[in-house]
Design a protein around this ligand. Structure first.
Ligand code: SF4
Length: 377
């Protein structure tokens, strides 16, 4: 672990911790508590579970998370086919391998026809959600995207389309929604202004990021927010602010994964990431917002060979598998060594589904909407 790694020192509140240990046992109340705790209380709890909790306590937390999630989704695990369709990006986020100033990044852009081919392949494999992800690529105007989305919905009417293409105007989001897009992923990355400014250049603002998320929700998308775990300058206080923001936004999906440095960024030597805090935070997020669709992310599988499996056991219930043409898969390099085989590859769907069954999960090949968006609910 590098010396750059920052930790906050927390004052230990014995009363609080014993109360927490009590609720952590038979815990019927932790969910309600997480939904009303203030920043200091949340920071203490997060610090405790991330740094001091025993393996047994974390296992209890994971069990509670799974039980609460199962009330809404049973033991189902939902699959998404991920199509990374453009590695061009106009932005310069300090942590990202695709940032515009990284002249060594390999840039590619799939044509709409190539994207449709990916959908066809994914459909035959069994996917009923396609996640279209890219950098903020000006080539993909509203017109081009709307045409593409309409075509996907026409060819695959029983599938959901999720977009993950960054910040756009209200009108742009509205057109995409009207063209048929169902969901939108836009990680907020951090709900703290100072922390945001340490990860992004001045032209990007937390204010606009959050506004985009509220706009997406107002328009009617199923919305996903999220953040990197252990990112530079993250503290338990900033994490507490993330929890408070998420409980205010009430997103339908939350994507979190360990921060993994990219060698062509200022954070190249930041520190060696692990899965442990992400697993604890997945459990706590599931407990706070039990209906949320929670992916065991690619980043989790990248830092730990068993990371995605552990993520599901900690309370996650979604797996995104990569459908991008193989020749481009390693070029969508947000961070180093990104997992694109094994638990990351769409080609392994059948094998993975079998493995999930052996772990007691139920692989689900429906669209896998947020529970309140499911027909008949
Ligand atoms: S994080 Fe997203 S918006 Fe930022 S540089 Fe990378 S691809 Fe672009």
């Amino acid at each position: 672990m590098s010396k750059n790694r920052k930790e906050v020192t927390l004052l230990k509140n014995d009363d609080f911790l014993s109360a927490n240990k009590f609720t952590g046992g038979e815990n019927k109340d932790l969910s309600a508590w997480l939904n009303k705790a203030n920043k200091k209380e949340l920071a203490d709890l997060l610090g405790y579970y991330c740094r001091e909790a025993t393996g047994e306590e974390k296992a209890e937390l994971a069990q509670l998370a799974r039980e609460l999630g199962a009330k809404h989704y049973g033991s189902k695990i939902f699959f998404r086919g991920l199509i990374e369709f453009s590695s061009y990006c106009r932005n310069d986020c300090f942590y990202c391998g695709l940032r515009r100033s990284n002249s060594k990044a390999k840039r590619y852009r799939l044509t709409p026809a190539e994207i449709l081919e990916c959908c066809q392949k994914g459909y035959e494999m069994g996917f009923r959600t396609f996640v279209l992800q890219s950098g903020e690529d000006a080539y993909y105007t509203d017109d081009r995207l709307c045409g593409l989305i309409s075509k996907i919905k026409e060819l695959f009417p029983d599938c959901a389309v999720t977009l993950s293409i960054g910040e756009r105007s209200y009108d742009s989001y509205k057109s995409l929604f009207e063209a048929g897009a169902d969901r939108y992923l836009l990680r907020h990355e951090t709900a703290n202004e100072y922390h945001y400014s340490q990860l992004h250049p001045p032209e990007l603002s937390l204010k606009n990021r959050l506004k985009c998320l509220y706009n997406l929700k107002e328009i009617g998308f199923q919305v996903g927010a999220g953040f990197m775990v252990d990112s530079p300058d993250q503290t338990f206080e900033t994490l507490a602010e993330d929890f408070i923001f998420l409980r205010e936004l009430q997103p339908h999906m939350i994507g979190i994964g360990p921060f993994i440095p990219h060698h062509e960024t200022r954070f190249a030597n930041y520190y060696q990431p692990t899965s442990s805090r992400t697993l604890v935070l997945l459990s706590l997020l599931r407990i706070m917002l039990p209906k949320t669709l929670l992916p065991a992310t690619t980043a989790l599988g990248t830092v730990d060979p068993l990371g995605r499996q552990k993520g599901l056991q900690a309370g996650a219930n979604v797996l995104m598998l990569n459908l991008t043409p193989l020749k481009h898969r390693s070029d969508y390099s947000l961070y180093d060594n990104k997992l694109c085989t094994g638990w990351g590859a769409a080609e392994n769907l059948t094998e993975l589904a079998q493995h999930l069954k052996s772990l007691g999960f139920t692989p689900d090949f429906s669209r896998g909407d947020y529970i309140d968006f499911q027909e008949g609910e």
